[in-house]
Design a protein around this ligand. Structure first.
Ligand SMILES: Cc1ncc(COP(=O)(O)O)c(C=O)c1O
Length: 453
């Protein structure tokens, strides 16, 4: 494709765009269970209005647009306060992955300054931690040391202790981890880190903006934030349960000194004196304005209201699932993200049967399971979901192993003993996405679950 020689009229461009979008996942109907966090049309309208107000502005230069700097400072202060440490210092980022990257980069550079004897830094990562840490390990040269989780899917702290070496600079836990929605034993991990004089990061990208409100509503939430001694940094996404527009996350440090290791300045560029707080250069104003706006619009009362609806829908769904066949929810999910499995039916076959009924559940592995992330958009559809799940169960309970669909794909990928080769197949799939001759939908990792494709 080449740049059109002459431009199309505004309306024609939008019509074409809508045509492209016609095959996209229909997240509004509550039939997808990841990727979009929706708190209602009133919130969406506000996000769009606020975002458009600052659509062209750039937070790269904090002097040019003091409004963005002010909004960023206020967002960080409001969240730090909810995380039990009003003095925490942080940065807004473009998303959970950037927040995680920054936390790992900070730990590495903190160690360079404070632990110069460490020449090959390592970090302890629960096997359930988000792959963004794997990316950070790769980008920043910090060796990932994987720590197993127990039968409850929480990281095994004794195993973590055994894997700690003089090169360990960072211990990571999730609140909660994406796969099973369970919170790692943060007090024990943080105590281990403190005992060894190293850093402890809590990845609350998923749950950070839900946990404080769940706790206020009386849900039993294990300790995870800055109130836990030894926790030195926390990542939390505003664009997930903070109900903000995409492109908004944050990373907070217990003190400003630690945050300094995240920053970069360069004084020798012909283009001028240069400083940057995070990975991004240009930082769009829209997501900052939208995040700031939604915090003000909802306030504590609004966050509590959405948390109540979301948590109640998730509980109703989990309870209903456990009444179908031998389906069971894995571990003890802290909030509204969970996985379920069966010993009788292949969960992937069940997932495909639900797919045929229009419900797009994500697939998981080790163990094979189906995954759901619940928002208020799902609340009106829980009964319909359970009816269809029961019917899908009946359809597949006597089925033989599938040779097509996600069951076959996960079976194939799981059977490859060389995991590097398996990872290379995923990369080959990504690589084929823009190859004109190939139809990516027929690639090896084609899945109904774009996150895992
Ligand atoms: C626990 C956790 N950490 C980090 C991330 C990465 O966030 P993002 O997709 O915004 O980069 C996610 C995404 O789901 C997550 O669940």
């Amino acid at each position: 494709m080449r740049l059109p020689a002459t431009g199309l009229p505004h309306a024609d461009v939008l019509a074409l765009l809508d045509q492209y979008r016609s095959g996209d996942a229909d997240w509004r109907s509550g039939r997808t269970f990841s990727l979009v966090y929706f708190a209602g049309d009133d919130v969406l309208a506000l996000l769009k209005d606020a975002s458009l107000r600052c659509f062209s502005e750039n937070a790269l230069n904090p002097m040019a647009f003091p409004s963005l700097r002010r909004m960023e400072t206020e967002i960080l202060a409001m969240v730090a306060d909810r995380f039990g440490h009003a003095d925490a210092a942080g940065t807004l980022t473009s998303g959970g992955t950037e927040s995680v990257l920054m936390a790992v980069k900070t730990a590495r550079d903190w160690a360079r300054a404070d632990r110069p004897e460490v020449t090959a830094p390592e970090m302890l990562l629960p096997t359930t931690v988000h792959p963004a840490f794997q990316k950070a390990a790769h980008y920043f040269g910090v060796r990932p040391v994987h720590v197993p989780v127990g039968a409850d899917f929480r990281v095994d702290v004794a195993a973590a202790r055994a894997l700690l070496t003089p090169n360990t600079v960072l211990v990571v836990g999730s609140a909660p981890a994406y796969p099973h929605g369970v919170i790692d034993p943060i007090p024990a991990l943080a105590a281990l880190a403190a005992e060894h004089g190293i850093l402890c990061h809590v990845d609350a990208c998923l749950g950070g903006m839900m946990l404080p409100f769940a706790e206020s509503l009386g849900w039993p939430i294990a300790p995870w934030d800055f109130r836990v001694p030894g926790v030195t940094s926390i990542s939390a996404d505003l664009h997930k349960y903070g109900w903000a527009a995409k492109g908004a996350s944050l990373v907070l440090y217990r003190d400003r000194e630690l945050r300094r290791h995240q920053y970069m300045g360069f004084a020798d560029w012909p283009g001028g004196l240069w400083g940057s707080p995070s990975a991004a250069g240009t930082r769009p104003g829209g997501p900052i304005a939208a995040a700031w706006a939604v915090l003000h619009y909802l306030g504590e009362e609004g966050y509590l209201r959405h948390a109540r609806t979301t948590l109640a829908a998730a509980k109703k769904m989990r309870d209903g699932i456990e009444c179908i066949g031998d389906l069971r929810v894995l571990g003890e999910p802290a909030i509204s993200v969970f996985a379920f499995t069966s010993a009788i039916v292949d969960p992937y076959v069940l997932g495909d049967a639900m797919e045929a009924r229009g419900w797009h559940l994500d697939r998981q592995q080790r163990p094979a399971a189906l995954h759901a992330m619940i928002t208020p958009a799902h609340a009106p559809h829980v009964d319909a979901f359970l009816v269809d799940l029961a019917a899908a169960w009946d359809d597949v309970k006597d089925s033989t192993p599938a040779e097509v669909g996600s069951a076959a794909m996960y079976g194939l990928m799981g059977s490859i003993p060389d995991r590097t080769a398996a990872a290379e197949m995923i990369v080959a799939f990504l690589d084929a996405l823009d190859a004109p001759a190939d139809d990516p939908a027929s690639g090896p990792a084609a899945a109904s679950d774009p996150k895992q494709a």
